[in-house]
Every structure is written in C-alpha cells, then in structure tokens.
Write a protein that binds this ligand. Structure first.
Ligand code: ZN
Length: 173
C-alpha cells in the first residue's frame, strides 16, 4: 500500500486545473489526475484503481495543509503543485522511498530529486509572474533541517531561486 494514496478521494477542480496549467507550461501531454488524500502534505505517485489497470501518474494533497498554506501565500500553493508535477516531469517515482539503508541519515538520490523539483517549481513560478519572494514563500512556511528524504530549507530555497533566475534570463533573451 502506498502512503501517498491513503483515503484517496475526489479533488477540488481548482487544483486539477492548476496542475493542468503547470503541465502545459512544461509541455507534458500525459494526464496527471489530482486527488485529495489523508497524507501529511502533498505527494506525486503512480496509482491504479484496479489491479488490471496500468499505473498512472497522479498527485495527492491534504486539503487542510493546502488551505493553511493558501492563507500564508497563494503562491506557496502553486509552488507545491509545481514541485509535485516536476517529480513526474523528472520521472522520479519508481522506488523513491525505500527503507533506510546502511544507517545513512541522508538519501542523496532523494535529495537530488527534491532539489531538481524545486528548481523546476522556481522556473514555473517565474513564468507565472511570481516574484522571488513569492516563489520562495513555500519554503519559509515549511522550514526544516535535512531529513532522510528532503534537503534542508536553505538548499531548497537556493534551488528554487536558481530556477526562477534561469526562467527570467530565458524570457529576457
Ligand atoms: Zn518532492
């Protein structure tokens, strides 16, 4: 059982259309269905409704987490969904959350994937017209040190900033 899909249910259509818009900015044609679920925050995963179906890319979110974040900054919500779409864009979903191995405190592959997703989220928010402060508002709202799967906040802010700056340069060119 995948912890991203616990108590999975229909999403608010606003978040489906947000994901569709982000997807089209990245020229992704494959559908990504969005669902609410009873999870900590938000998650990109592969899911099949029945055993005979093939797995499809989906994004799940905790509606309480998202509405709290929305009160902090609507751009932080865009950043969450851009980050999750980026995991699909980068093909990160197979075998990401393996159990801790060899006593390592950091899964370096997972950290690299998170920073790559933050870079793309920064790019997407820049294209959507967000300022740098709006783009990084998510990371201040969820500030944390290094964990096994996720890098510390300052590293994620740096990755999102690099994506934001790269998009500004590309648009200016
Ligand atoms: Zn992530």
């Amino acid at each position: 059982m995948n912890s991203c899909t616990y108590n999975i249910r229909k999403a608010h259509p606003y978040y489906q259309s947000l994901v569709n818009r982000i997807k089209s900015m990245l020229s992704m044609n494959h559908p990504i269905e969005v669902f609410e679920a009873s999870i900590d925050n938000a998650c990109a995963t592969l899911y099949k409704k029945a055993f005979w179906e093939s797995e499809k890319p989906i994004i799940t979110y905790n509606p309480n987490f998202i509405s709290q974040l929305h009160r902090v900054s609507p751009w932080a919500v865009v950043a969450v969904f851009a980050h999750e779409v980026a995991h699909h864009y980068n093909g990160d979903l197979h075998g990401r959350f393996l159990a801790k191995q060899n006593g390592n405190l950091i899964n370096y592959k997972s950290h690299r994937q998170e920073l790559n997703a933050d870079y793309i989220a920064g790019w997407v928010l820049s294209c959507e017209g967000a300022s740098l402060n709006q783009t990084t508002s998510l990371y201040y709202a969820i500030a944390m040190p290094d964990t096994y799967t996720h890098p510390a906040t300052h590293k994620r802010i740096q990755a999102a900033t690099e994506g934001w700056v790269a998009a500004r340069r590309a648009l200016a060119a």
